[in-house]
Design a binder for this molecule. Structure first.
Ligand code: SF4
Length: 399
């Protein structure tokens, strides 16, 4: 076992003793306060929850890094880490390796690999490639292990067969990753979760979950099944965003929280969720996210009502990714969920360049479907989305 791994074990052991599911004030000092020659300053960290049934506490908030990172010195990563967000999520595909390289630089700057949890992901759809990709990820990250390795954007239940699960087992045995699982953006999340709970071998699932999905019976049952199976459930896309002029429709007001914070609190209110992966792209939002995580206040009934009103009033602009409903209602190759997701990146987060790149990678025959062919897709959409209008908007903005 490497010194890194021994150090990580020791760190985790002390963290288990002191941090699991406790208030922020009881947490160990953040690493940034312990550098040589400094007097430690007792700043609070971020509360922790158990990572599935693995007996490991993890911060309830972790940093997604698909955004553009500063390759020399990334303030968001440094401020997040110093505030107790000691878990970063990346992927081979983010910035075509730029995210990995920026994190490698960050690790060199903090000099304490064992104090950062790291997730990375591979889009490989074949088992041998999945096994190879982790070596590339480790090389780019300058690390000898990951804490969590995810199959990225899974929508094929075949990837929960033995062939892939065996790769996860072997990588864990080889010490290349501590845990293994998958992420999914799409509508068959319920089927994937139910299968994961049955087959075993999956330690964690990163999935789209926000205030818009609370009443979804099938999703809740699938979450229950995974929770019982000891799978760590990690939420992403927690903002459930629609364009800001539409978000203003409710005029959200709260004594305690901004709208963004209220959306995070709504997810943390679900005790089955171990952690939120939040793509934080400014120091201001580091502060806002961390303040929400540290706050011991719960959402008020009025806060929750406002979120539910927002969900109802803007449903027609919030695609859930359930492409098996709309795309399978049409003949031939059709892309609806992906263009709408990329439109959301541009409209809600201003990530137009990234959205364009992703949109243009969709075969034009699949994304440029004439409006008069989309009636069956509209009829199948539970959100009541005007699919021809939204695809037209995606084409105008991203095409
Ligand atoms: S357009 Fe409607 S049916 Fe299609 S993925 Fe989005 S929410 Fe689901």
């Amino acid at each position: 076992m490497s010194a890194n791994r021994q150090g990580r074990r020791a760190f985790l052991k002390s963290a288990v003793a002191g941090a699991a599911a406790v208030g922020a004030s009881q947490l160990p000092l953040p690493a940034a306060a312990r550098s040589a020659g400094q007097t430690p300053v007792a700043t609070p960290g971020v509360p922790h929850r158990a990572f599935g049934n693995a007996g490991v506490p993890v911060p309830i908030l972790h940093l997604g890094t698909a955004q553009r990172l500063d390759p020399d010195y990334d303030k968001v990563m440094h401020r997040s880490f110093a505030a107790g967000v000691t878990w970063f999520d990346t992927a081979l595909s983010y910035g075509r390796g730029a995210s990995h390289r920026a994190i490698a630089n960050f690790l060199t700057q903090i000099g304490r690999r064992e104090e950062l949890w790291l997730t990375s992901k591979s889009h490989a759809g074949r088992a041998p490639r999945l096994a190879q990709d982790i070596d590339r990820a480790l090389d780019e990250l300058g690390s000898d292990y990951l804490d969590l390795y995810l199959m990225h954007g899974v929508d094929d239940e075949g990837m929960l067969e033995r062939e892939f699960l065996t790769v996860g087992e072997k990588l864990k045995t080889a010490g290349k990753t501590r845990f293994f699982g998958f992420s999914c953006h799409d509508g068959n999340v319920v089927e994937l979760m139910n299968k994961a709970a049955r087959v075993g071998g999956i330690d964690a699932i990163l999935f789209r979950y926000n205030f818009r999905r609370y009443g979804d019976r099938e999703l809740n049952l699938a979450i229950d099944a995974c929770h019982r199976a000891g799978i760590a459930l990690l939420a992403m896309k927690t903002q459930g965003s629609v364009p800001s002029d539409l978000e203003a429709v409710v005029g959200f007001r709260s004594r305690d929280f901004t709208l963004g914070q209220a959306k995070l609190k709504a997810v943390w209110a679900d005790e089955r969720i171990a952690s939120i992966c939040s793509e934080i792209d400014s120091v201001k939002y580091v502060r806002e996210n961390v303040a929400a995580a540290r706050s011991e206040k719960a959402l008020s009934a009025e806060d929750s009502d406002q979120l539910q009103r927002l969900a109802k009033l803007t449903a027609g602009y919030a695609c859930n990714g359930c492409k098996h409903l709309c795309e399978s209602a049409l003949a031939g190759e059709v892309a609806i969920a992906a263009p709408l997701r990329f439109l959301m990146y541009a409209e809600c987060y201003g990530k137009t360049d990234r959205a364009r790149e992703l949109y243009r990678a969709i075969p034009s025959a699949a994304r440029d479907v004439p409006a008069d062919r989309l009636a069956a897709a509209c009829a199948a959409c539970p959100q009541g989305i005007d699919i021809p209008a939204r695809l037209r908007r995606a084409r105008e903005l991203l095409g």
